[in-house]
Write a protein that binds this ligand. Structure first.
Ligand SMILES: *Cc1c(COP(=O)(O)O)cnc(C)c1O
Length: 433
């Protein structure tokens, strides 16, 4: 990727070039396959990093990790799974892959993550309406911020529902000193190109014990039985990480703490430099239990603040998809949707973009995504529950909404935070705001 711009979070290799050394070893020993010494070594590094006696399976993506965790929690067609509404689609799409339904739960104001009280209300309402408990609960460490895992676990345990932590953005974030991904039954990690560390593409599932680890390993390698020929008694997946990617991962594990410290340092700089800028607030840890990795630093912008060029916001149609994803062929002919960031947020994004700075809106809440609002025969149903809570039901999902994620989406923005973002860059960015 070119470096003449300041990006949100670009992949960054170790100074010692250890990634290439591990890859070279894979070639030299002819381990160019989805298993081998680098995969085992990377898993051992990850187990040491997360601690708590967990076992880890390295996989081809974080999305695959979510998918396998749901299968391990016995999610079947027609089941329901609670998932944070304010998230990236990889938290919820695998629920749909399984023919199950995401039950989106909105966020609390401080952490921006799943609201535990609303989550319990959703569980009760699902039991009342369907007679069945949701099969799993998926909280998400959005932008690396921890969720209130004490309250989530207390409620989940009371209803005996397993928790799958989506810590894809929160690798190395901690709650009361303990690494995220180690509290629930399963923990999802991602090593996509833009995450805290990368294997170019990849992920991992943190498992509670050897038995669960074996089952995930078996599912990730096409569920093969122990015969001299291919014998299949269950449907499996080709989700194991390649030995080449794992070589990059082993190199990255030598600098993971440097990366985390750098992201935290960039957060401190933004906080300090923006503290006197009226109308802009930097999102920080709500209290001392939270220890975010600040994978992406985020701000909110007062709707009253006027930004230069605001009158022209949304006048041009964006070319290509956000994130520059390969293979995106869906062009749009309108610059607007029914739920979008405020004009001043879009104006600031364009202004920064023109000055070589990549900024991005916050993730659009799932209950506002057309794919999850789809209805065939009737209307999208919106029902009012207690104090300002609404329940939105479509063919694809159900959502328990308190307004927090939609409000944040309208006023929020992600700023460059990765290993290439220097102190000078942060000062440059801030003086442009
Ligand atoms: C990145 C991400 C994932 C996993 O994504 P992959 O790109 O498949 O590794 C899952 N959940 C969230 C919230 C993410 O941001």
């Amino acid at each position: 990727m070119p470096k003449n711009r300041i990006y949100l979070c670009l992949a960054h290799m170790s100074e010692a070039g250890l990634e290439q050394k591990f890859i070279q070893e894979a070639f030299d020993t002819n381990w160019v396959v989805p298993l081998g010494p680098n995969v085992n070594g990377f898993e051992a590094d990850l187990e040491q990093f997360v601690g708590e006696d967990k076992r880890v399976v390295a996989l081809s993506s974080g999305t695959a990790a979510v998918h396998l965790a749901l299968i391990a929690c016995d999610v079947q067609p027609g089941d329901e799974v609670i998932v944070q509404n304010f998230t990236f689609c990889a938290s919820s799409h695998p629920i749909t892959y399984l023919g199950a339904k995401p039950i989106f739960v909105d966020s609390e104001k401080d952490s921006w993550n799943i609201d535990p009280e609303l989550m319990e209300e959703a569980i009760k309402d699902r039991i009342a309406k369907t007679g069945k408990k949701p099969k799993a609960i998926v909280p998400v460490a959005l932008y690396g911020m921890p969720y209130d895992i004490d309250r989530i676990m207390e409620i989940a345990n009371r209803y005996d529902i397993p928790v799958i932590e989506d810590a894809a953005e929160g690798f190395g974030s901690r709650w009361k000193g303990q690494v995220l991904g180690t509290f629930g039954q399963y923990g999802v990690l991602s090593f996509n190109g833009n995450k805290m560390i990368t294997t170019s593409g990849g992920g991992a599932l943190v498992c509670p014990d050897k038995e669960a680890w074996q089952k995930i390993m078996w599912l990730a390698t096409q569920a093969r039985e122990a015969y001299p020929y291919y014998q299949h008694e269950a449907i499996g997946y080709n989700y194991r990480m390649s030995n080449i990617c794992a070589g990059i991962g082993r190199g990255q594990m030598t600098i993971v703490n440097d990366h985390i410290n750098h992201h935290k340092h960039v957060f401190e700089l933004y906080k300090e430099l923006l503290k006197d800028v009226k109308g802009i607030e930097v999102h920080g840890n709500p209290d001392e239990r939270y220890d975010a990795n600040f994978w992406l630093n985020t701000i909110t912008i007062d709707p009253e603040i006027r930004i230069k060029g605001q009158e022209n916001a949304y006048k041009t149609v964006v070319q290509g998809a956000v994130g520059g994803a390969a293979g995106v062929v869906h062009a749009t002919d309108s610059a607007h949707t029914d739920c979008e960031p405020n004009d001043n947020v879009e104006a600031l994004r364009v202004y920064l973009d023109e000055r070589g700075i990549e900024a991005r809106p916050l993730w659009k809440p799932m209950h506002k995504q057309p794919v999850y609002q789809r209805v065939e025969s009737s209307e999208l149903r919106v029902e009012s529950l207690s104090d300002g809570i609404v329940c939105q039901t479509s063919d694809m999902s159900v959502a328990y909404i308190n307004g927090v994620s939609e409000e944040l989406f309208k006023i929020g923005m992600c700023l460059p935070s990765g290993p290439y973002v220097s102190d000078e860059d942060v000062k440059y960015i801030v003086t442009r705001m």
